[in-house]
Design a protein around this ligand. Structure first.
Ligand code: G1P
Length: 291
């Protein structure tokens, strides 16, 4: 039987240059999508899927993220004194969500290197990776769907989505074929980070959710800089293929790239429309715009 996936790694060391000037001082993971920092969506997804331990791989200037998931005595005391029970509960819930550890990535050497920084904290067990920029709206948490595939099949699982046209070259892209018994599963034979459109091996783009076996750490240690001069997670997982099966999984849900201005706007509109407290009001407002 497969070992249980208990830990989730959140690489959160990036500079967020796609979102300047908002991210000059504020970590991109702390940008608000409606009323929650984008990283909290990923953390809630992981916890809902049964993850017990969260590891943030951070860097310089990410202090706000640590404070967000910690107890805020001043805020809680003020809310308590003023009798604002609901807000107090929201604030307290965040700090008691899960066991959280932090490790710093001292130099921005790439996503593969960021994941490798969590090696000691993860130990020798399978683990999840969630890229906070990718916010996924799903009935069943995306990472939970993938943990189910891992439990059934035992190999590493990468979230995938079909991307038509040249925008595929912004992603890691899988090579392989659809599983004959489950059309959502893709049996990987290769993968390449950000290929040119003309040479992309398929339309299956890797999205920022992974369930990985611990062997990937040894392989990442041997991975040399690849695309963009960075140590790529895609290259580490490609090396895994020499030892184990790796699967792509077409998750059920909608992904937003909240690390990008346009993607964040799309997510904001769709998440706001779904809100019980002001979704209807927002819909009415949008209808008044001369679109
Ligand atoms: C990273 C990964 C890439 C993946 C993408 C998904 O790229 O390296 O393989 O397709 O996330 O969001 P980034 O967008 O960080 O450059």
């Amino acid at each position: 039987m497969s070992q249980k996936v208990r830990t989730a790694v959140f690489p959160a060391g990036g500079l967020g240059t796609r979102f300047l000037p908002a991210t000059k001082v504020i970590p991109k993971e702390m940008l608000s999508l409606v009323d929650k920092p984008i990283i909290q969506y990923g953390v809630e997804e992981a916890i809902e899927a049964g993850i017990e331990h969260i590891i943030f791989v951070t860097g310089r200037g990410k202090g706000a993220m640590e404070d967000h998931f910690d107890i805020s005595y001043e805020l809680d005391a003020t809310l308590e004194r003023k009798g604002k029970k609901e807000l107090l509960e929201i604030s307290r819930k965040i700090s008691s969500m899960a066991r959280i550890s932090y490790v710093r990535q001292k130099e921005p050497l790439g996503l593969g290197h960021a994941v490798l920084c969590a090696k000691q904290l993860v130990g020798k067990e399978p683990f999840a990776v969630l890229l906070p920029d990718d916010v996924i709206d799903a009935e069943t948490p995306c990472i939970g769907q993938m943990m189910d595939v891992y439990n059934q099949r035992g190999g590493s699982v990468l979230a995938t989505m079909t991307i038509e046209g040249p925008s595929i070259s912004a992603y890691g892209v899988l090579a392989g074929s659809q599983d004959p018994t489950n059309p959502r599963i893709y049996n990987c034979t290769g993968m390449v980070e950000k290929p040119k459109f003309e040479v992309a091996p398929s339309k299956q783009a890797i999205i920022g959710r992974y369930v990985l076996t611990p062997r990937v750490f040894e392989l990442l240690e041997q991975t040399t800089p690849g695309q963009g001069g960075e140590i790529q997670l895609t290259d580490g997982i490609l090396a895994l293929l020499n030892h184990e099966q790796v699967f792509g999984y077409t998750f059920d849900g909608k992904r937003f790239d909240a690390g990008d201005k346009f993607g964040m706007l799309q997510a904001t509109v769709e998440f706001a429309l779904k809100r019980d407290d002001f979704g209807a009001k927002f819909r009415d407002y949008l209808k008044t715009l001369p679109l």
